[in-house]
Write a protein that binds this ligand. Structure first.
Ligand SMILES: NC(=O)C1=CN([C@@H]2O[C@H](COP(=O)(O)OP(=O)(O)OC[C@H]3O[C@@H](n4cnc5c(N)ncnc54)[C@H](O)[C@@H]3O)[C@@H](O)[C@H]2O)C=CC1
Ligand SMILES: CC(=O)C(=O)O
Ligand SMILES: [Mg+2]
Length: 371
């Protein structure tokens, strides 16, 4: 199979779909890998390392999309990339389709086989191709929040941990999954007071066992969210209903009643966001202020620490990439129901139920596409 790795083009996105060690996993099995010139240069992965791993360097994304059987990326394809996809070509990347009708329509039109990292499940449960980026984004969320509480960034001028004689701040984390747990680890380290909310009692029990009375856990409902958010200095949104649009748990009315200069970090923005007031921002212009509350809603947070993120992502993606190259997508998905759960759009059909429901497409089960 010919595998193609274009350079990422989303704002400030320096991650790359395959590292040189991942390329070697494919070339050593006699697959051809085309990597766009300078795809990894900015994170210390120059073309020479790719050539040493057996890749061929090509000048343009057009050439890669024109020749490859499978495109391996990081972020959802941008409109120009969607236009270059071909009938039957495999696209293996993050997609986040439920809040994105334009991208979904473009992928349907392309006739490509579009596999979303974020809905591939794991034998042990969870979402193993989302988890490493959620670890990164969860940890970054506290850093980003702390920085934006500074006056020069629009915040109220608060040091989260306080100092002797001055009270610490209050961090509220909504969603106690991978983002929430990693945010919690960092939040506890700041010395702030920390509250975490989830609907899943097992997650709250688990965190209570680890962090004891250093944190407060709260069952998530509208009342508890409102109470927590109104007393918060920093709120992290890390909820997920896999594949679906994020529920709007923090309403505009709640935001309007928050402290002036408080900060919200909506990590769930890639699924549409869990604050009613959120809209996606970029690393170049990461925040906006609404009702006196600083909103940080960057949809590709791990792109800022792209070297760490690229290696962490490749650890999780390369296994299925090899299976897809070795067996073709149909056989690989017949053999592995977890990979099959990643199939979102296939040759013009919507094959992921939550996306089909969110965007009003007819749902066609992935199984029926496997011949
Ligand atoms: N902005 C960015 O750069 C990045 C965004 N993300 C996004 O962060 C989000 C969270 O991802 P993970 O932590 O990996 O998901 P996860 O599945 O590990 O955790 C989600 C948690 O949300 C909880 N939840 C669902 N409904 C809830 C409700 N009504 N109230 C409170 N909690 C609720 C679930 O019980 C679960 O514990 C996803 O949308 C993911 O795509 C992840 C990485 C990077
Ligand atoms: C998961 C995701 O959206 C990211 O890593 O950018
Ligand atoms: Mg206000």
């Amino acid at each position: 199979m010919i595998v193609g790795v274009p350079k990422e083009i989303k704002n400030n996105e320096y991650r790359v779909g395959l590292t040189p060690p991942s390329v070697r996993e494919l070339t050593s099995r006699r697959h051809r890998v085309l990597v766009q010139k300078n795809a990894g240069l900015d994170i210390g992965l120059p073309d020479e390392q790719y050539v040493a791993a057996g890749a061929t360097i090509v000048d343009t994304a057009q050439e890669i999309f024109g020749k490859a059987d499978m495109i391996v990326k990081v972020k959802e394809p941008q409109p120009g990339e969607c236009a270059m996809l071909n009938q039957g070509q495999i696209l293996y990347t993050y997609l986040h389709l439920a809040p994105d009708p334009e991208q979904t329509a473009a992928l349907v039109r392309s006739g490509a086989v579009c596999i979303a990292y974020e809905t591939i499940t794991g034998a042990g449960g969870g979402l193993p191709l989302l988890a490493p980026m959620s670890e990164v984004a969860g940890r970054m969320a506290i850093q980003a929040g702390a920085a934006h509480l500074e006056k020069s960034k629009g915040g109220m001028g608060l040091l989260l941990g306080g100092v002797p004689g001055v009270a610490a701040g209050h961090i509220v984390i909504i969603g106690a999954g991978v983002v929430g747990t990693n945010a919690l680890q960092m939040a506890v380290g700041t010395g702030a007071r920390v509250t975490v909310l989830d609907k899943n009692m097992d997650r709250l029990r688990h965190l209570d066992l680890i962090f004891g009375n250093r944190i407060s856990t709260q069952y998530s409902n509208a009342h508890a969210i409102e109470e927590a958010v109104l007393s918060a200095d920093l709120v992290i949104g890390g909820v997920l209903l896999p594949g679906a649009a994020a529920p709007k748990l923090v309403t505009r009315a709640m935001i309007a009643r928050m402290k002036q200069g408080a900060v919200v970090v909506d990590v769930a923005i890639d699924q549409g966001g869990c604050f009613e007031t959120s809209r996606a921002t970029t690393h170049a212009d990461p925040t906006f202020i609404l009702d006196g509350v600083v909103h940080y809603c960057v949809a590709n947070m791990p792109g800022a620490v792209a070297r760490t993120s690229t290696f962490a992502l490749n650890n999780a993606t390369i296994g299925h990439a090899v299976a897809l190259a070795e067996k073709g997508w149909q056989q690989a998905m017949r053999d592995d129901p977890h990979l099959r759960n990643g199939l979102n759009v296939c040759q013009g059909k919507l094959t992921y139920q939550a996306v089909a429901e969110a965007l009003d497409y007819a749902y066609v089960p992935a199984e029926s596409m496997l011949g």
